[in-house]
Every structure is written in structure tokens, then in C-alpha cells.
Design a protein around this ligand. Structure first.
Ligand code: ZN
Ligand code: ZN
Length: 249
């Protein structure tokens, strides 16, 4: 039997068991919705307002049409990051925040993949201009993995590697120290919290390479900066960052 028949049959069988519902509002999904956003209803998809405007190149914040066009924005003008540029789908608020929280759940694997694809497609020209050699994710400490915590960044990075057709070096960066949850700390304490938290397993693979670092959300940038510093120290050429959302403050 041709594979597409098998897939149609499997999809139809799955729909009987799990009637398709919107990944955000859980309302029922119309089968005729565009395949571009097949996991969300039209209304939720419109609310996300995923534009191609890339916002601030340095930190990925979306700034609105009247913001001054400067290399650094009001949110990052005092920061010195080890990464060169950031891209995000939008600011971490309302619907996009719900999406990011949902993507942390194991069962939301398809939603996470779809948002990774949105990020890639909205900014494909930018990703191509970066001339990425390999993809790396912000790692988890083994203690978190041991307790079965799902690492959204690793799953996003794997998908992004497929989109870019570049290798995802899953094990390259490691988290040596267990740290306090960044979200619970004051912004001024976050840099100190992650300063020596990361290490690399092999520098050989990243010598002179242009690296795409993936996380789900970038807030103060301290975590991505700490990862970037380790990668650069080991010989990486440039670090670019892609996140689903940019948390402001
Ligand atoms: Zn919906
Ligand atoms: Zn900025």
C-alpha cells in the first residue's frame, strides 16, 4: 500500500481516538485549516501575530514600527553579549507565552516542532545569511535529566538542525553545575548564577565554526551569554541565537 494511504489511514484513526483540538484554546480544529498552522485554530493563529519583522538584531526583542533603528535597543543597550545576533518569533507575552509553556510538556512535541518550523520559515533568509555550521542547545544538568525533565531546547535544536540541514551537536555543551532556576532570581543575580555552569566535551568540533545556539526563551541573555563564552573560548568563530520568544524584564 502506498505510504500516503497508510499515513491518511493512521491520521484518520488517530483523529477518532484523539479528536484534533487547538494547541492553545483546545477548541475543536477544522480539518480545512491551512496545513501551515494545523495544530492551532485560525483565531489563535491570528492572535499570535507572527510577523517577519525581526526586531532588535542584538537581543531579538520586537519593538514596534516606530522604534528607532539602532544596532542595540532600549532592552539590551547596556549588555555585552558573547553572541552576535538573536532572532525570536516574538515577545514572551500572552499567546506566545502560553505556547512556550505548552512546549515544555512532553505531549506537546508536535506543537514545539511546528513553532520551530514557524521560526525557521519566518526568518529563513536571516538564518541562511548567518552561514551556520552546526546547531547546539542550552543543556540541562544531568540531575534534571535524571528526573525525566524534558529539555525543550534540545528538541527545538534537533528540529532546527533538520530545517537548516546542519548537524545538531547534542552532547557538545554540558551543564556542569546545578543552578537555581533563572526565572526565580533577580535579573542582576542571573549572570552570577550561570557564570561557570557550562563546559564543553570536545573543542575540536567547533574550531572556527559558526554556531546556532537554541533555547526556548531569552530573558536577560545571561544563560545564552554564558554558553556563548564557553563556546568562543573553545575556538568557535561566531555565535548566533534563536529562541521561540524574547522575555522582556
Ligand atoms: Zn485556538
Ligand atoms: Zn535589543
Amino acid at each position: 500500500m502506498p505510504t500516503h494511504f497508510v499515513k491518511q489511514f493512521t491520521d484518520a484513526a488517530l483523529d477518532l481516538v484523539y479528536p484534533p483540538s487547538c494547541g492553545l484554546c483546545h477548541g475543536s480544529l477544522d480539518h480545512h485549516d491551512s496545513s501551515d498552522h494545523r495544530l492551532l485554530c485560525d483565531e489563535c493563529f491570528q492572535k499570535l501575530d507572527l510577523t517577519e519583522d525581526r526586531g532588535c538584531p542584538s537581543c531579538g526583542a520586537k519593538l514596534g514600527p516606530f522604534a528607532p533603528q539602532t544596532p542595540k535597543c532600549v532592552h539590551c543597550r547596556n549588555d555585552r553579549f558573547a553572541f552576535r545576533e538573536v532572532v525570536s518569533l516574538g515577545n514572551y507575552q500572552v499567546e506566545l507565552k502560553t505556547v512556550c509553556l505548552q512546549c515544555k510538556e512532553v505531549h506537546a512535541h508536535h506543537l514545539m516542532q511546528q513553532f520551530c518550523d514557524f521560526l525557521f520559515r519566518r526568518h529563513q533568509d536571516l538564518f541562511e545569511s548567518w552561514k551556520i555550521d552546526c546547531v547546539i542547545c542550552v543543556p540541562q544538568h544531568w540531575r534534571k535529566r535524571f528526573w525525566g525533565s524534558y529539555n525543550t531546547s534540545a528538541e527545538l535544536a534537533e528540529r532546527m538542525g533538520q530545517n537548516l540541514n546542519k548537524p545538531f551537536l547534542r552532547q557538545l555543551l554540558s551543564k556542569k553545575q546545578h543552578t537555581s532556576d533563572q526565572a526565580r532570581l533577580l535579573p542582576s543575580h542571573r549572570r552570577e548564577n550561570v557564570k561557570n555552569a557550562f563546559g564543553i566535551t570536545s573543542g575540536r568540533l567547533i574550531q572556527g565554526r559558526r554556531i546556532l545556539l537554541i533555547d526556548d526563551v531569552l530573558t536577560t541573555g545571561s544563560t545564552a551569554d554564558a554558553c556563548g563564552r564557553v563556546l568562543k573560548k573553545a575556538g568557535a568563530d561566531e555565535i548566533f541565537v534563536a529562541v521561540l520568544a524574547r522575555g522582556l524584564g
